[in-house]
Design a protein around this ligand. Sequence first.
Ligand code: PMV
Length: 331
Amino acid sequence: MKATAKAHTNIALIKYWGKRNEQLFLPMNSSLSITLDQFYTVTTVKFSGNKSEDVLFINDCLMGGAETKKVTQFLDRLRTISGIQLYATIRSENKVPTAAGFASSASGFAALAAAAVKALQLDVDKKELSQIARQGSGSACRSIYGGFVEWQKGEREDGTDSYAVSILDEQDWRIAVLSVVLTSQPKQVLSREGMKRTVDTSPFYDSWVKEAGKDLTVAKAAIQQRDFSMLGQVAEANALKMHATMLGAQPPFFYWQSATLEVMHRVHALRSEGILAYFTIDAGPNVKILCEPENVPVVSQNMEKLAVVEAVHICYPGPGVSYVSATEANE
Ligand code: PMV
């Protein structure tokens, strides 16, 4: 009753922002992401009869109540489905630089879902696995697949039609995503809390839902046509619209730092010089930049020159969830 799975993180080009059901993690809008090759989580789950609670280690550190509770709640659903009432030891290795502004929750819950269903010998397909991962962290449902992925929001109350689907495999379009790490790391409003506040109070929220639907159509067309500037433009505009909803929330909030704006301006300056680069920003101050592979050196050099930039990680589309042997996992 033991299995190990590996899942990569993803960056949304059309953002998921707002839930229609908090318990089931059902989103108000569909979203679209790229799974990234550089950052991933490897998780081993082992169920056994001699435990009275789940035990969670992340990067070899024993985790406390809050983190373990989330994992226990997540595994409780699978214990109910499988009828196996055993607790587990969960060992998770995160190769996701938390300072890079990537939430490890996407790769974390995707790897946990995959390892747990295998350890419990549940016969689930990728669609069901995506639905299971969604209930740990919304964005995790997209990390089941590699490359370009759409999370279809679904309509049903029970969430059975809310899961991710593959749009294009990772080898079919190689575009670069540069993760620009900034020096200061302020305290953030967690995405869960930020989404809720925006849905409940922002007068801009209804427009966001409408715009996200239109942006998704454009992004999918851009991917089918391999039209990089069309995809970059709609991704940048979509990120800005998501951030605009927060300015209208009560109390208002925003994630940008002066360093964030500096990078955004630099991206626009590059574009005015004819280099196609576009930014996107999640629920944090760090910026991700999309560009074509031939422009990676010039874009990364430009970013590294900025005093506010601590590091630039270069990523490309990466694979979906996979199973690995314990030996591979330890390498
Ligand atoms: O699923 P969460 O709680 O990690 O929320 C993700 C929210 C954004 O990163 C801002 C957007 C997205 O679609 O990933």
